[in-house]
Design a binder for this molecule. Structure first.
Ligand code: GDG
Length: 743
C-alpha cells in the first residue's frame, strides 16, 4: 500500500501541473476558433444584407436603414451594425454602435491584426465588410459581435479541462494501485513459493493451480541459481560468520535441508549407571564427546554408540534408542551392544593396544593379534548394519568418529552408495614407516578411503596419511587438491582442527574466579595464597603425566623457593583400565607422585595432589578457574581439548597455559608457553616463568588465545566439514546429471 501511495501522489501532482499548463492553451485555441467562426458569420451577414441595403441606399431611406439594423441586432450575439457610405460621413447604425467605431477610422478595424474592442459590456469583435455601389464606392458595413459569451465559454472549457485531468488522475491512480497490489502479492507469493521449492515445481493440488510446464525449467534454473548464489555468498562470508550452535543449525538447515545426520562413535555421550536402586546419568571424560555433543544438539540426529553403561539396557526403548540430553532431549542415542569378547578384541585389543600406540609416538609398542582384528572387523560390520537400519534415507550424512571404525566408511559405502561419509580421525597419523608395521595396513587404508571426506587435526597428519596411501596402495594422489582416488572413488583429505563450544556453558563459568580460588584451596587444604597448577587428563600414557611430575620435581630442585608454596593438582579420569599397559601406567603415576611428595615432605602442602577419579565437567572448570597455571604435557596428541578448555574457563584473562609442542593445539595457541615435555629443565623453567609472569603479560597472552578459541570453535569445525560435504554432494549431483545427459 505504501508503495502504491508513493507512486500515486507524484502522479497526481504531475497531472495537476499538466492541467495547469494546458488550460491557457485550450483557452487561446478556442478563442481563435470562435473568432474565425464570427468572421465567417460576419461575411455571411454582409452578403445577406448587401442587396436589401443597396435598395435602401438607392431609395435614400437612411431612417429605414437604421430601423432595419435595429431589427437585425435582436440577435443577442450581434451587438451593433452600422454603415458608412464614406469616411467623411456619419455612420447609419443601430444605437449600440460604440463611440470608438466611426467612419473616418474604419481602416483600423480592417486587414490583419487584433479586431477586439474592450467595452464596458465585455469584449466586442469588430468586423468591417465592403458594400460598394456607384453612389458609395467606399461604402463599408460594420458588424460588431458580442464576445462575452466567449469569455464564459473559456471559463467553462478551463473548468472542463481541469475536471478531465482530475478524473484521469483518479482513474490512473486506481488502476495503478489495483495492478500494483495484485502484482506485488502475486509476485511475492510466487517468489516465496519458488524459494521454498514449491509452486512451479510442485504437483498441482486441489487448492493450487497446475504448474505451467513451460515455466518448470526456468523455475528449476532459478532455484539452482539462487542456491548457488547463497552458497557462494556463504563461502565468501564465512569469515564473517560468528559460529555458534544457532548459526551452525541455521546453516545446516539451509544447506542440508533437514537431511539425515548420523554420528557413529565408540563412546556414547551419556551413560546410564546403576548405583544400588537408582540410575545415574554420566557424561564420559572424552575429547570426542566434548566436541560432538554440541553438534548433535544443533542437528538433532541419531548418535550410534556402544552401550557401555551398567544401566544402559534398562532405559532404551525396543529399538535400543534413548533420547538425550536427559533434562531436555533433542537427539537420540542408538545403543549397540557388544559381547565381552567383542569388546576385548575390538576395543581393548585392536583399537587401544594396536592402533592407539601405533598412531601416537609415545614409545609404547603396538600389539596386533589376529583374534583382535577379527573382532574389529566384526564390530565394524555390526555398526555398519546399525547405520543402515538408522538411515532414514538412502543418502544420509554419516559422521564416523575415530580409529575404532577405520573399516566402517567402506562398509557403509558398500551398503549405501549414495551416503556421504565424513570420517574424522581424532588421533595423530604417523609417518608411512611407522604405520607400515600394522599387518592389516592395506585393509585399514582401503576402509578409510570409503569416506568422501577424511579429516585430521593438523596438516602434518594429513601429509602423513597421503604419504602412507601413496606408499602402500594403488591409488591416485593429488597433492595439490589433497584428494585420493581409489577404486574409482574420490576422498578429500583435509585438516579440520577440532575445538570446543564457545562461549562455554554458563554453569561452567558461573562461579566467580575468586570464589573458585578460595574453595579449591580450602578443599585441598592449601593456604589461601598458595600457588596452584592444574592438569586434567584421561589417565593415559600419551598425556605425559609422568613427564609433568618430573618437571614439577625439577622446578623444586632448581627453584627451591617454591617448595611449600606451589602444588600441582592432577585430575586423572580412569581410562581403559582393562589394558595392562594402562594399569601399569596408573601404578607408575601413583608411585611417582608419592615419591616426589615424599621427597619434599615436611615443607607444607605436598607438591603433587593426585586425584584419580572422574570429575563432573563443572568441577573440572572450577579447577581451571582456581589455578595459576595449567600444564598440558602430552607426548603426542591429535589436538588436546584441555588446553582450549582452560583458555575458555579464564574469562578473567589470568592464568598461564604451558603446552606441549607435540599437541595439535600448539599450532593454534602459540601464546602459550610451548615446551618439549621430554625436556624436564625446559618445563621447569616454563613453570617458574608461569608462576612469576606479570599480570599484564598473562592478560595479553590469554586475550589472544581466547580470541582464537572463540573464533575457531567446535561449531566452525563441524560446520566446515558439513558444508564441504554438502558442496561435494551438490557437485556429485551435477556430475550424475551431466553423465546422464551425455549417455
Ligand atoms: C582425543 C584425542 C583430541 C578429562 N578428565 C575428565 C574430563 N576430561 C575431559 C577434558 C576434555 C577431554 O576429557 C579430554 O580431551 P583431550 O582432547 O585432551 O583428549 P582425548 O580424550 O585423548 O581425545 C585428542 C580429542 O580426541 C578430540 O578430537 O583433542 O587429541 O586424543 O574435554 O575436559 N572430563 C570430566 N571428568 C574428568 O575427570 N568430566
Amino acid at each position: 500500500m505504501r508503495l502504491s501511495l508513493r507512486f500515486v501522489l507524484p502522479l497526481l501532482l504531475v497531472l495537476a501541473g499538466i492541467a495547469y499548463a494546458v488550460a491557457p492553451l485550450v483557452d487561446q485555441l478556442t478563442l481563435r476558433w470562435f473568432m474565425r467562426d464570427l468572421e465567417m458569420r460576419s461575411s455571411l451577414i454582409a452578403n445577406t444584407l448587401e442587396e436589401p441595403l443597396q435598395e435602401q441606399l438607392a431609395a435614400g431611406k437612411k431612417v429605414r436603414i437604421a430601423a432595419f439594423f435595429n431589427r437585425i441586432t435582436r440577435d443577442e450575439r450581434l451587438y451593433a451594425v452600422g454603415y458608412c457610405a464614406s469616411p467623411t460621413e456619419k455612420a447609419v447604425a443601430s444605437p449600440a454602435l460604440p463611440a470608438e467605431v466611426y467612419c473616418a477610422d474604419l481602416k483600423r478595424w480592417e486587414g490583419p491584426g487584433d479586431h477586439l474592442l474592450k467595452s464596458a459590456q465585455g469584449p466586442l469583435l469588430i468586423s468591417v465588410k465592403p458594400i460598394v455601389s456607384d453612389a458609395a464606392p467606399d461604402g463599408r458595413l460594420v458588424l460588431i459581435h458580442d464576445m462575452s459569451f466567449i469569455a464564459r465559454r473559456s471559463e467553462e472549457s478551463k473548468r472542463y479541462v481541469l475536471y478531465l485531468f482530475m478524473a484521469l488522475g483518479v482513474v490512473v491512480s486506481l488502476v495503478t494501485v489495483i495492478i500494483a497490489q495484485i502484482s506485488w502479492h502475486g509476485w511475492m507469493a510466487g517468489m516465496r513459493s519458488l524459494l521454498r521449492g514449491e509452486g512451479l515445481l510442485r504437483e498441482p493440488t486441489a487448492e493450487r493451480q497446475p504448474a505451467l510446464p513451460e515455466f518448470q525449467p526456468i523455475a528449476r534454473d532459478l532455484q539452482r541459481l539462487i542456491r548457488e548464489l547463497e552458497t557462494e555468498n556463504r563461502t565468501r562470508d564465512e569469515g564473517q560468520i560468528i559460529w555458534s550452535a544457532e548459526s551452525l543449525r541455521a546453516i545446516l538447515h539451509g544447506e542440508l535441508r533437514g537431511e539425515d545426520v548420523i554420528v557413529v562413535s565408540n563412546r556414547e555421550p551419556y551413560l546410564h549407571q546403576r548405583h544400588g536402586d537408582h540410575i545415574d546419568v554420566q557424561r564420559p571424560a572424552s575429547g570426542l564427546v566434548t566436541a560432538l555433543e554440541p553438534i548433535m544438539r544443533a542437528c538433532s540426529g541419531t548418535w550410534i554408540a556402544h552401550g557401555s553403561g551398567s544401566a544402559d539396557r534398562e532405559v532404551v526403548d525396543q529399538h535400543d534408542h534413548v533420547a538425550v540430553p536427559p533434562d531436555k532431549p533433542v537427539y537420540q542415542i542408538r545403543r549397540v551392544w557388544l559381547s565381552a569378547e567383542e569388546e576385548a578384541g575390538y576395543y581393548y585389543g585392536f583399537s587401544n593396544e594396536g592402533l592407539w600406540p601405533l598412531c601416537h609416538i609415545a614409545h609404547v609398542r603396538p600389539i596386533f593379534r589376529s583374534g583382535d582384528w577379527a573382532q574389529y572387523v566384526a564390530v565394524n560390520r555390526k555398526f555398519a548394519k546399525a547405520v543402515v537400519s538408522e538411515a532414514k534415507t538412502s543418502a544420509p550424512i554419516v559422521l564416523v568418529q575415530d580409529y575404532h571404525f577405520a573399516l566402517l566408511p567402506k562398509m557403509i559405502r558398500d551398503e549405501l552408495p549414495d551416503a556421504t561419509v565424513i570420517t574424522f580421525w581424532h588421533i595423530p597419523w604417523p609417518n608411512p614407516e611407522s604405520f607400515a608395521i600394522c599387518p592389516w595396513r592395506d585393509e585399514i587404508l582401503a576402509g578409510m578411503l570409503g569416506s568422501a571426506i577424511l579429516g585430521f587435526h593438523t596438516q602434518f597428519h594429513v601429509n602423513n596419511f597421503v604419504d602412507t596411501v601413496d606408499r602402500f596402495l594403488e591409488a591416485r594422489v593429488d597433492r595439490e587438491a589433497f584428494t585420493v582416488s581409489f577404486g574409482g572413488k574420490l576422498t578429500s583429505v583435509r585438516r579440520y582442527p577440532i575445538s570446543i563450544a564457545w562461549p562455554p556453558e554458563r554453569e561452567m563459568v558461573g562461579k566467580a574466579v575468586a570464589d573458585c580460588r578460595t574453595d579449591i584451596r580450602q578443599l585441598n587444604e592449601l593456604p589461601p595464597e598458595h600457588k596452584l597448577g592444574v592438569g586434567v587428563d584421561r589417565l593415559d600414557y600419551t598425556k605425559g603425566i609422568m613427564e609433568r611430575f618430573r618437571a614439577v620435581r625439577r622446578l623444586l630442585e632448581l627453584s627451591p623457593e617454591w617448595i611449600g608454596r606451589f602444588s600441582f593438582v592432577q585430575i586423572a579420569a580412569p581410562s581403559r583400565s582393562g589394558i595392562e599397559e594402562y594399569r601399569n601406567h596408573e601404578q607408575q603415576v601413583r608411585d611417582m607422585a608419592a615419591r616426589i611428595n615424599g621427597r619434599f615432605a615436611g615443607n607444607g602442602p605436598p607438591p603433587i595432589v593426585l586425584k584419580i577419579e572422574h570429575h563432573e565437567p563443572r568441577d573440572v572448570y572450577e579447577y581451571f578457574r582456581a589455578a595459576d597455571l595449567c600444564f598440558v604435557s602430552s607426548l603426542h596428541d591429535g589436538m588436546n581439548l584441555v588446553a582450549k578448555e582452560f583458555v575458555a574457563a579464564r574469562d578473567d584473562e589470568h592464568g598461564v597455559l604451558i603446552l606441549s609442542q607435540f599437541t595439535g593445539a600448539a599450532r593454534e595457541l602459540p601464546e602459550a608457553l610451548i615446551v618439549n615435555p621430554y625436556d624436564a629443565d625446559q618445563c621447569a623453567a616454563a613453570l617458574h616463568m608461569a608462576l612469576t609472569m606479570p599480570e599484564a603479560e598473562q592478560r595479553d597472552r590469554m586475550r589472544l588465545m581466547r580470541g582464537l578459541v572463540a573464533e575457531f570453535n567446535v561449531f566452525r569445525w563441524a560446520g566446515r566439514m558439513l558444508l564441504d560435504a554438502a558442496a561435494m554432494r551438490r557437485r556429485s549431483h551435477l556430475v550424475d546429471k551431466s553423465g546422464a545427459a551425455t549417455s
